[in-house]
Unconditional design. Structure first.
Ligand code: C2E
Ligand code: CA
Ligand code: CA
Length: 552
């Protein structure tokens, strides 16, 4: 039997090799556990042999520690049937000890009974990690990460800025890619000159740079940033052409040396994003708007981040009822995330979600939230078949390629009725490319899942989204509800939102209803459902069940 299988492994392996276009090939027989790998991969990476019995674990040992978790998860999903294919990039260690960047593609091949039989694919070796950016000659993101690790190890206080040019693609479009590269080179020269000898400048991804200093004070670094910003908008010339660049920047100061570089990068990305989206490029210093001091805050983020990687330890969901305005009966519930540990106590989601949203690990937490909410919700739906479970979906989740596949798979695994799920698009989601949103939402709606626009009226324009997405519910932000009994402006705003919703055949849910007076006014504006402390604060699941389901 095994000989027979070995012969099949070999013949499929040969076929894959013909198609592999010079990439390494691997093939695992999922029945026997035996794998075969290209001889060239065996030699290059120093693997035990062409045939291996536990190739996935052996290969994992060659993968860079920072990339290992994502790899292990992807492999786990393949082997436990959650996923049919994988496409990922990671760093792998060659036999000489250098890391090379690899792109790995793998697919499951099924037998006639639709059971997974082989897992095979190819690995492309992109060569050694490049510590130098080829366009500017500056050190790259990898160099940046290594240098920050050294600074932390030496326990040096440092300040770091991520800065980037907004709308750089327009320069590429207008003047061509080559000229775009020249602009980046010139910009790098400006940065080196203006930040000076006491700073190191790196070219990270896209038109983004990092500046690191252990010698300038945060105030001095801020001052340099302001000068650079002024200079590139007013007197920046490239090949005699005046170029107007608008830049944004986020800064942190590190005086805690136990933070992971992932946390540092997440916080910098968050700060950069805030500067770009909300501050018109003014330097955003992480976290000068939170009352506790920034060091404490970053430590907290670091702890919460590790909690996600450790199986979402300390996270739990609370549920707030959503009440039908017509009959004051329970219509559904919104899942709200909480995190708690001994050191920090209960941390509200607004403190960590916006930062972790910039982080590659967020989708993992997002999946955990969906899984928990649907598993809990299913118990209520068994009794109330029309009960709706609202789950907040963030920017980073939607951006993730496998979001929809995971979601549909999860719905199926849990046996959750898709029509009872409502995805709340939080405000930042609306920053995503509208075409991407459109194509995702047609799939979501085709599957019967409902969509709500959260925090309507705040931040970014939401009307454009209404035009292209078939939204079921608009949630009026608490901001417009909290003074509704006194403020005629707020009353008019809610009325307008209500008319708008009517025009798009969407329902209205008012958030933050705290008193019966508020509810009575809202009733006049065709609000379909209410949510707020007047009915109930968010409750842990057991309490929710006691109060609304079992107690009835
Ligand atoms: P949100 O989606 O707008 O959630 C409503 C927030 O209003 C909740 O705060 C809720 O506890 C609070 N709230 C509800 N009724 C009242 C009221 O009558 N008065 C007042 N003062 N507040 C009320 P919470 O739980 O702190 O969540 C804050 C935000 O964090 C959420 O705003 C949402 O944007 C985000 N968030 C929470 N859970 C998740 C999650 O699982 N995923 C994502 N992506 N975001 C989440
Ligand atoms: Ca919400
Ligand atoms: Ca909201």
């Amino acid at each position: 039997m095994n000989e027979n299988r070995r012969a099949r492994l070999d013949s499929y392996f040969d076929a894959l090799t013909v198609l592999s276009d010079g990439n390494y090939v691997f093939l695992t027989d999922m029945v026997t556990g035996c794998s075969r790998w290209s001889k060239s991969a065996v030699d290059y990476f120093g693997l035990p042999g062409e045939y291996m019995d536990n190739a996935a674990e052996t290969w994992e040992e060659h993968i860079h520690p920072d990339d290992r978790e994502v790899y292990a998860e992807s492999i786990k999903a393949i082997f436990n049937g959650e996923s049919d294919s994988h496409l990922m990039q990671y760093r792998a260690k060659s036999c000489s000890g250098n890391y090379v960047v690899c792109t790995c593609k793998g697919v499951i091949m099924k037998n006639e009974n639709d059971e997974p039989e082989f897992f095979g694919g190819s690995i492309r070796n992109h060569g050694q990690l490049s510590y130098t950016d080829t366009v500017t000659g500056l050190r790259s993101m990898y160099g940046f990460i290594d240098d920050v690790k050294v600074i932390c190890w030496k326990k040096q206080v440092s300040s770091i800025i991520f800065l980037g040019s907004n709308g750089f693609s327009e320069i590429n479009d207008m003047y061509g890619y080559n000229f775009g590269n020249t602009v980046l080179r010139e910009l790098s020269n400006v940065l080196i000159r203006m930040f000076g000898e006491k700073c190191s400048v790196y070219k990270i991804d896209g038109p983004k740079f990092a500046v690191v200093t252990t010698e300038l004070s945060p105030e001095e670094l801020e001052e340099c940033y302001r000068k650079v910003k002024l200079m590139v908008t007013q007197s920046f010339y490239v090949e005699g052409e005046k170029i107007i660049l608008t830049i944004s920047g986020g800064m942190i100061t590190l005086d805690n040396f136990s933070l992971s570089t992932d946390t540092i990068v997440s916080c910098l990305k968050y700060a950069y994003h805030e500067s770009r989206e909300r501050k018109l490029g003014e330097l955003y210093v992480f976290k000068n708007n939170i009352n506790d001091d920034s060091r404490h805050y970053i430590e907290k983020i670091n702890t919460i981040r590790s909690a996600v990687t450790e199986g979402c330890r300390g996270f739990f969901l609370c549920y707030q009822p959503i009440i039908n305005a017509e009959n004051e009966q329970l219509r559904g519930m919104e899942a709200l995330l909480r995190w708690k540990n001994d050191e920090y106590g209960m941390v509200p989601p607004n403190e960590f979600i916006p930062v972790l949203e910039q982080d590659a690990i967020f989708p993992k937490l997002g999946n955990w939230i969906l899984y928990r909410a649907m598993t809990d919700g299913k118990r209520i739906i068994e009794k109330y078949p029309d009960f709706i479970v609202n789950v907040n979906i963030s920017y980073a989740q939607l951006q993730h390629k496998s979001f929809l596949t995971n979601l549909f798979q999860m719905i199926e695994n849990i046996g959750f009725p898709a029509k009872n799920l409502c995805l709340e698009l939080t405000e930042r989601c609306r920053l995503l490319d509208i075409e991407l949103l459109k194509s995702m939402f047609s799939l979501i709606k085709d599957n019967g899942i409902k969509v709500a626009l959260d925090d309507f009226g705040t931040g970014f324009s939401s009307i454009g989204v209404l035009r292209v997405l078939d939204v079921d519910t608009i949630k009026v932000d608490r901001e417009y509800v909290k003074d509704i009994t006194k403020s005629s402006v707020d009353q008019k705003t809610v009325m307008c939102i209500s008319n708008l919703a009517g025009a798009f055949s969407a329902d209205i849910c008012a958030e933050g209803v705290e008193t019966s007076e508020m509810r009575d006014i809202l009733r006049d504006y065709n609000v379909g459902s209410y949510q707020g402390y007047y009915y109930s604060k968010p409750l842990v699941f057991e309490e929710f069940m006691k109060k609304y389901v079992n107690g009835k």
